[in-house]
Design a binder for this molecule. Structure first.
Ligand code: GDP
Length: 304
């Protein structure tokens, strides 16, 4: 229900454009494919992934000789689901911790403004609601505002936060956070980290150091590195994915602001191009507006 509401804009946009493109046509021909290509690119699916999808539909056309436009929706839906399946196994809808040992350490990366803090706050809320003991670490120490914002979310959710002064060593904050989490026998630790991209070497060094220092406390930390991307920023999101995956090993994605965009295709393109599963999607500013990504629900909402 919320997903439908959240993705309404993408749905209307993608679906209405597609319907318009095939109106009055009975079969999928070159023109329809050209239009489809344009619509997919305009929906931020990305050129490579778009060409892949078009290629697969061309194969179907070649195979079946004749492909009616009424079948196009169904086939497109299938191909997009197939693409998403290559990286997203999930049918999960619950906020579950993927490991047995505790604490589960989730390191969160992403540039400022994408919704990183909000996503951490929403995640803390969901994990707490699921019965887990959560600790937050404010290791994005570059801006005082980042620390304060995280504090606001920690208070709101009612979970402890470990913080130091602005400008302090992010690795030191991460270390303290993990020590505190272990002492409290916490189930989940969420570490907020660097939001800067202006200096790639610095970013890489900082993230590497944070990881190395965390491993002094929890040997296999972090268990996941979550990259937060703003789903409404199209090519920027692709560029950020490129830079962060080059700087560190990103294991999963959160795509935010899908409620405010007419272009939810970023979810399809980025998970395909970077072969990283989308784990969460943000569909609003409220505390409940985060969902575990479900590829079937996502595709449904696109094509309903
Ligand atoms: P950060 O700088 O990356 O930590 O970004 P913030 O978490 O402070 O979020 C920046 C703005 O985006 C805030 O106004 C948030 O309320 C808003 N925001 C975050 N996630 C979502 C979302 O899923 N949907 C919408 N509409 N807004 C969001």
């Amino acid at each position: 229900q919320t997903l439908d509401k959240g993705l309404e804009k993408s749905k209307v946009s993608f679906f209405s454009k597609l319907s318009k493109a095939i109106a009055g046509k009975s079969k999928v021909d070159e023109d329809v494919l050209d239009d489809l290509e344009e619509i997919l690119v305009a929906s931020d699916v990305g050129v490579n992934t778009t060409l892949k999808i078009i290629g697969r539909i061309e194969e179907r056309v070649a195979q079946d000789k004749y492909l009616g436009t009424d079948e196009l929706n169904e086939i497109l839906r299938e191909e997009i689901a197939n693409l998403l399946s290559e990286t997203n196994s999930g049918e999960a809808t619950d906020f579950l911790i993927p490991i047995q040992t505790k604490p589960y350490v989730l390191m969160v990366v992403g540039v400022n403004g994408v919704g990183k803090t909000t996503t951490i706050g929403k995640l803390a809320y969901q994990f707490k609601k699921a019965g887990y003991k959560v600790v937050l670490g404010a290791a994005d120490t570059f801006r005082a505002a980042a620390i304060d914002q995280l504090q606001i979310w920690a208070d709101r959710v009612g979970v402890p936060i470990v913080r130091q002064n602005m400008g302090s060593d992010p690795a030191s904050v991460a270390f303290d956070t993990l020590q505190s989490a272990v002492a409290q026998e916490a189930d989940v630790v969420i570490i907020d980290t660097a939001g800067r991209l202006h200096n790639k070497v610095n970013l890489m060094n900082e993230l590497t150091k944070v990881k190395r220092v965390m491993q002094k406390v929890v040997a296999d930390a972090p268990h996941d590195v979550l990259l937060v991307l703003d789903g409404s920023t199209g090519q920027n999101a692709f560029e950020q994915a490129k830079q962060f995956t080059a700087a560190t090993e990103v294991s999963c994605l959160a795509v935010t602001k899908l409620d405010g965009t007419a272009k939810g295709g970023v979810v399809i393109g980025i998970s395909d191009q970077f072969k990283i599963p989308v784990k969460y999607i943000g569909v609003g500013e409220g505390i409940e507006d985060l969902q575990v990504f479900n590829k079937y629900a996502f595709v449904d909402s696109f094509f309903k």
